[in-house]
Design a protein around this ligand. Structure first.
Ligand code: CP3
Length: 345
């Protein structure tokens, strides 16, 4: 069946006259209505686990801007929490987790199939959204890719160079591989439930793929993504999958083919002319405006948005930022970006 929703058409490989658009972190602190709902929930994690309020913040940017896709409001770190890690957020600093560095830590984690009890509110959020979203808006579910999730579970926090994860990979390879395997199995189950609840597309965020080089990139970014994607494709052949190996640089080339992803999301360090030639040649690409344009706006935003649309105009493209919008962004600049994409010159 030929899809009718714009995002689904791009993901099926169709070149659209105007690229469909959504934005990473589109439900976030730059929006006053998000901040109000988050205050009502109490804190960020309470918001993630409150299905009604999580659905509400997912819908807010759709109402305000009419994006072509909504992304489930949740976080990649809910999965480690469901596996038994402690998780909390320190205001102004970011996430903290109990660490996995020994065999005892690893053995204290739950089996992958036990994640659903904690994550069931997330599946409820997906169900609410699949009922309430406008009929032309695509619902995207997501999870972190195994390497990225492992970097947080090993270090217990975000790290500038993922040093603790790289160290464990060298010092205790069996433990490291066991952790990657557990996350991979859990991710397959988690995304499977999101799809069953109504997610039409799923996205894998490998935010720290860029710190893996050579064979390590193949083993710990590409291969776990390939495993997740092939397991999902076996059960849900019609559900498109977007992979985001952020800062993979030249390794973006061939990533879709090697993993089975329908689309790769490009970060803003990637040159769009290069990506059109080397990545879009294999299928749909998503991206890749630098998020700081949402802070600065003006002619630079318009010029760069047009340049990206032009560079990718020869094939399937979903317009997006190269990474999440930041809290200091001006909501009016988001409007300007959308208007620029939707008004071809
Ligand atoms: O709108 C959306 O994109 C959907 C929801 C979403 C969130 N996080 C909500 C969120 C998605 C898809 C994510 C993914 C996520 N979470 C990633 C991968 C993408 C990326 O940014 O590279 C990562 C690495 C995380 C982990 C995480 N969550 C960190 C490091 C932080 C703290 C940094 C920050 O921005 O505060 C979060 C918190 C978080 N996740 C917020 C939101 C809206 C801000 C929390 C708040 O409201 O205080």
């Amino acid at each position: 069946m030929t899809p009718t929703k714009k995002i689904m058409r791009s993901l099926a490989g169709e070149k659209m006259p105007v690229p469909p658009i959504w934005m990473m972190r589109q439900a976030g602190r730059y929006l006053p209505e998000y901040r109000a709902t988050r205050a009502q929930a109490g804190d960020f994690l309470s918001l993630c686990y409150n299905s009604d309020l999580a659905a509400e913040v997912t819908l807010q940017p759709i109402r305000r801007y009419g994006f072509d896709a909504a992304i489930l409001f949740a976080d990649i770190l809910l999965l480690p929490q469901a596996l038994g890690a402690d998780l909390w957020f320190v205001t102004g600093e970011g996430p903290r987790l109990s660490t996995i560095t020994t065999l005892d830590d690893m053995n204290s984690l739950k089996p992958a199939e036990d994640i659903h009890e904690i994550l069931s509110p997330i599946y409820d959020t997906v169900s609410i959204l699949s009922r309430e979203l406008p009929s032309d808006t695509t619902l995207i579910g997501f999870a972190g890719a195994p390497w990225t999730v492992a970097t947080y579970m090993i270090a217990g926090r975000g790290t500038p160079n993922q040093g603790p994860a790289h160290a464990l990979k060298v010092e205790a390879p069996e433990l490291f591989d066991a952790l990657i395997d557990r996350i991979t199995e859990a991710t397959i189950l988690y995304l499977g439930r999101q799809i069953e609840a109504g997610a039409e597309v799923v996205k894998l965020f490998d935010s720290w793929a860029g710190s893996l080089k050579g064979d390590d990139f193949d083993r710990y970014s590409l291969e776990p993504c390939r495993r997740v994607i092939s397991a999902l494709k076996a059960r849900f052949p019609d559900t498109p999958i977007i992979a985001f190996p952020r800062e993979a640089g030249p390794r973006y080339e061939g990533f879709a083919k090697a993993t089975g992803a329908d689309c790769v999301a490009l970060d803003n360090s990637v040159d769009s002319a290069w990506a059109a030639q080397h990545v879009q040649s294999d299928g749909c690409v998503q991206g890749n405006l630098a998020p700081w344009h949402m802070v600065t706006g003006g002619d630079a935003l318009v010029a760069e948005t047009r340049a990206i649309c032009k560079a990718f105009s020869g094939g399937p493209h979903i317009f997006n930022l190269g990474h999440g919008i930041t809290p200091d962004a001006d909501p009016a600049n988001v409007e300007l970006m959308i208007e620029t994409v939707r008004t071809p010159v």
